[in-house]
Design a protein around this ligand. Structure first.
Ligand code: MLT
Length: 390
């Protein structure tokens, strides 16, 4: 039963490891507050659930769905892009339904990477970008996201011979785990770079609806040339509190969308149609729920930032996403600080090195517990950790 080499290299998923630690502590009676995984705690809005229930009763939806998704769901995605960003998409050829954006992010590497090819991966970054490359036998070239660059990759630092071998570049704004956002000049630079080296850009936009203080992130698809060089992954998970439903999409370059659809048709049999109908209700229905959720996260963000700044941090407030990215105090590594906090307070934070080597020296807080528990977490940290130094 010897595992294949590619599996032997595969670590257990970051949050699967953290989940084990949490379960054990809970079994020992610890009152755990998990600020670990970014899994929205509020329920999916009622109008979306109602649509699922209605459609689950329709026998037509009990049969195999199409692998690339219902055209009506892809039209709903196009409607969302038009409504939200003024972007025109042809739902027939420029959109594919995904069983959560994670699925498409992993599969896109199988479409384009052979052994010897390179994928450009942000670090720190969502672990799945590099895993897709690893499973494809390709190499990952790390693009460090550093505080001094606003957590944007420095494209000028990528050696030309690496860029020539690169076939995919992953980027993600609003960013997980740093909470950073990208501006027009960054996207223009990415498109020029992708054109010069013939690279497919994969923009992960999972957090584009969670925004604060009037900030409105652009879609990569808004920029001239974006559709020529790449695609954008989107998700119902964070926008509509639907992580458990597994529903997302990819939009953009028709050849890339077709390749992703082709690999999916050979591997999975698509997404339950009743879930896609619920997605249509989410994407074409009232959007106030995303504003309300952003306000909930804004309040939680402020509790964490104000609380940590009170005991010695000097954190700026992120404009979007559901995370706070925090440097560890003097004398700690990411792991030792996460362990220390957990042991002393029962509060789970994610060690930054779980997102790559450039995450070392940081930890991440997810804003996905209720305000009262956030306050409790901060009080415990203030009480047990006290004033910190850097
Ligand atoms: C995160 O916490 O980074 C994400 O929610 C994890 C995931 O999407 O798998």
């Amino acid at each position: 039963m010897e595992e294949a080499k590619r599996i032997r290299q595969l670590p257990p998923y970051l949050f699967a490891r953290i989940e084990k630690v949490i379960e054990q502590a809970k079994a020992e009676g610890v009152d755990v507050i998990s600020l670990g995984i970014g899994d929205p705690d509020r329920p999916t809005p009622d109008h979306i659930i109602d649509k699922l229930c209605e459609q689950a009763h329709n026998p037509a939806n009990h049969r195999y769905p199409s692998s690339v998704g219902m055209i009506s769901y892809r039209e709903a995605v196009a409607h969302y892009y038009k409504n939200r960003f003024g972007v025109e998409l042809d739902p027939k050829i420029e959109a594919v339904t995904l069983i959560g954006s994670k699925e498409g992010i992993a599969h896109i590497s199988f479409c384009y990477l052979d052994p010897g090819d390179v994928a450009l991966i942000p670090d720190p970054g969502y672990p799945v970008y590099g895993i897709g490359a690893l499973l494809s036998g390709a190499e990952s070239f790390v693009m460090p996201l550093k505080a001094e660059n606003g957590f944007l990759p420095d494209l000028d630092a990528i050696p030309a011979e690496i860029a020539r071998r690169a076939k995919l570049m992953f980027i993600n704004y609003p960013n997980n785990p740093t909470g950073a956002v990208a501006d027009d000049s960054f996207y223009h630079k990415v498109i020029a770079f992708a054109r010069e080296y013939d690279i497919i850009v994969c923009h992960d936009a999972a957090y584009q609806d969670i925004t604060f203080d009037g900030y409105c992130p652009p879609s990569f698809m808004e920029y001239p040339g974006a559709k020529e060089v790449g695609i954008e992954f989107g998700s119902c998970s964070k926008s509509y509190n639907m992580t458990g439903w597994r529903l997302g999409w990819a939009v953009g370059n028709p050849r890339v969308i077709e390749a992703l659809g082709r690999i999916k048709s050979n591997i999975d049999s698509g997404c339950f149609q009743a879930v896609q109908y619920a997605g249509i209700a989410a994407l074409t229905g009232p959007q106030e729920c995303t504003c309300e959720m952003s306000e909930v996260y804004r309040e939680r963000r402020d509790i964490i930032i104000n609380g940590l700044n009170h005991i010695g941090w000097n954190l700026a407030k992120p404009k979007a996403a559901i995370y706070i990215w925090v440097p560890v105090p003097k004398g700690y590594t990411s792991i030792s600080f996460a362990e220390y906090i957990f042991k002393k307070t029962g509060v789970v934070i994610t060690p930054g090195n779980g997102y790559g080597e450039y995450g070392e020296g940081y930890f991440r807080i997810a804003l996905t517990v209720e305000k009262e528990r956030m306050i409790e977490a901060i009080d415990r940290i203030k009480d047990k950790v006290g004033h910190v130094e850097f």
